[in-house]
Design a protein around this ligand. Structure first.
Ligand code: ZN
Length: 144
């Protein structure tokens, strides 16, 4: 199957799987401003396939009526990141809410999200900021 065929726009929002929750908890266990508030959002977060290349990137959507926004320095990648064999994980926030858990890779085949025991987290001070290739669009947010 061609990679382009993997993703369909409008893929359904679903509950987070336990391995995804473990990754989000690990990335928000890194000590940075707003991390604890992001962590508190995890129980109110749903996921959607977030990339068309076949990797495990997921878009995230928080029920903003049930939990507060995090006070973050800026939108975009948060400071908690992780490396994994062949790539890494970047967590994105927008407006103080979880938006995207992206996996990037330099392997030939797209990486899936790893097991939390296979990652090493670290604090990253982004400068300059990359843009998230997988940001949710206004359309996908309206699906709430
Ligand atoms: Zn991808």
């Amino acid at each position: 199957m061609a990679r382009r065929d993997v993703w369909r726009p409008g893929t359904q929002w679903r509950r987070l799987e336990p391995p995804e929750i473990a990754l989000l908890e690990a990335l928000t266990a890194v000590k940075f401003d707003g991390a604890a508030a992001l962590r508190a959002q995890i129980p109110f977060t749903t996921a959607q396939q977030g990339c068309g290349c076949g990797c495990g990137t997921i878009n995230l959507k928080v029920d903003e009526s049930r939990v507060a926004a995090a006070e973050l320095a800026r939108d975009g990648p948060v400071q908690g990141e992780a490396v994994v064999s062949g790539g890494g994980l970047i967590l994105f926030a927008d407006g103080g809410y979880l938006r995207c858990l992206a996996i990037h890779y330099w392997t030939d085949e797209p990486l899936q999200l790893p097991d939390v025991s296979d990652i090493r987290t670290y604090l990253r001070d982004w400068n300059p900021l990359p843009s998230c290739p997988n940001r949710t669009t206004p359309d996908s947010r309206r699906e709430l």
